[in-house]
Design a protein around this ligand. Structure first.
Ligand SMILES: Cc1ncc(COP(=O)(O)O)c(C=O)c1O
Length: 417
């Protein structure tokens, strides 16, 4: 069972709100650091293991800096993410650039930073060579298609997903790169998202180890780095279990010994690029109840909306809700918890049993530390909120201010009206 506790008391939160008005996302630094160490510990046996944090999950340089201090690199998928990694002091091969449908300027920046470029398509070999040149190390993203089941609404079934190279193309791509003189190779896959079954990641490792052996046998290519992608899920629902990282580490170790070591391919560097499981559970969207409405159903309207957290509206995703100070009250009311967008899917929860809610209550939406603020948008002119960092000493730092109307209108020239 996943405990849905808060890292602050009601009194502490009220103090924070006095200085930083709701809505805001707040991240728990101590918990993020401890969690980062758990992941690294699970792979302590490996000759080398690196977690390239998926910047898209929490694209805030202060969070990236914390993770850099824990030994993480960055998984970037766009120009902005590359710049953020650079600002946080993450450069060179501590960056993996995994993009798709990539503009040349993004490859140029990745190349300039010395990032490991992970190509999404065989046709990008020529594109990269034309616009940037051939780097010293190259990686390809493998899409196993029908050879692997899985996927979900976030990432898609591998066969339906737009990402990566087919099995046939993978062999062709490494052959081309070898002929072009490349000597250092990585390989990557990302076939699942928010998966709670640890066995899935062990199966992915087995699949990749088999492929690495085959590449070695057919092309005489020695892969230096295998990246299993991200996708480790988090227990959004209280009844779900936290993924056992030690179990994943042990399972991958067994496969490594049976396949990589047994075939003389040791040492091989292992990597992951998780986002959600690193920061997700340690971020909270804090909002205030503005209105209550009773029509055919009972509604509670917050000062936050889907622009602050898109997952419930977009995927129907569950996010746990705590009404601060009412944690022990009976859940004897049923509400739809809404935001103010002119979209009926702007709901953080539908038919959710909750304690009686009153106007002015502080509501905390859990597990917003990844793919939360990051997915924000400005529909209806809604402004993206501030991001705060709860530091290990209990102090709070503003790590991104809230947007203002001036920010929103910055690209408009009203003078010509
Ligand atoms: C290529 C790639 N790597 C890593 C991630 C991070 O996934 P997660 O946050 O589920 O671990 C994503 C998510 O969209 C992705 O597309």
């Amino acid at each position: 069972m996943a405990e849905k506790k808060l890292p602050f008391t009601k009194a502490q939160l009220e103090e924070i709100i006095k200085e930083h008005p709701t809505p805001f996302h707040i991240y728990d630094e101590k918990a993020i650091r401890e969690n980062a160490r758990r992941l690294i510990q699970a792979f302590a046996w490996a000759p080398a293991f690196k977690e390239y944090f998926a910047v898209k999950a929490t694209p805030n340089p202060y969070i990236l800096k914390i993770l850099r201090e824990e030994g993480f690199g960055a998984d970037c998928s766009s120009l902005a993410e590359l710049v953020l990694a650079e600002k946080a002091g993450i450069v060179g091969e501590n960056i993996v650039f995994t993009s798709n449908d990539t503009p040349a300027v993004e490859y140029q920046k990745a190349f300039e930073l010395g990032a490991i470029i992970n190509l999404d398509d065989i046709s990008h070999i020529d594109y990269l060579e034309k616009h940037v040149g051939i780097p010293e190390i190259i990686s390809f993203r493998y899409n196993p298609g029908p050879l692997r089941e899985g996927g979900n609404s976030i990432i898609g079934n591998p066969e339906e997903a737009k990402y990566g190279l087919t099995r046939k193309q993978i062999f062709e791509a490494y052959k081309i790169m070898k002929e072009k003189g490349v000597k250092r190779f990585g390989i990557h896959t990302m076939v699942i998202s928010n998966e709670l079954d640890p066995n899935y990641f062990i199966e992915t490792a087995n699949m990749m180890f088999d492929l690495i052996i085959e590449l070695y046998r057919t092309l005489d290519i020695r892969i230096e780095l295998v990246n299993f992608g991200g996708g480790i899920g988090i227990p959004y629902r209280p009844e779900q279990e936290v993924v056992d990282l030690e179990y994943i580490g042990r399972g991958i170790r067994k496969a490594y010994e049976e396949k990589i070591v047994a075939n003389g391919l040791h040492p091989l560097k292992l990597a992951m690029e998780c986002g959600r499981m690193i920061t997700g559970p340690y971020g909270y969207l804090v909002a205030m109840v503005l209105h209550k409405k009773e029509i055919y159903k009972n509604y509670v309207g917050l000062d936050a909306c889907m622009a602050n957290l898109m997952r419930p509206g977009m995927y129907g995703a569950y996010h746990h809700i705590t009404v601060v100070g009412k944690e022990d009250w009976p859940l004897d009311h049923t509400y739809d918890v809404t935001g103010s967008l002119c979209e009926n899917n702007d709901k953080f929860a539908i038919d959710r049993p909750l304690p009686r809610i009153d106007i002015g209550d502080i509501v905390v939406i859990h597990d917003t530390g990844a793919h939360g603020h990051a997915m924000g948008f400005n529909y209806n002119g809604k402004l993206r909120s501030a991001e705060l960092l709860l530091k290990p000493d209990g102090s709070v730092e503003l790590i991104r201010r809230a947007e203002t109307l001036e920010d929103l209108f910055q690209t408009l020239d009203f003078s010509r009206l």
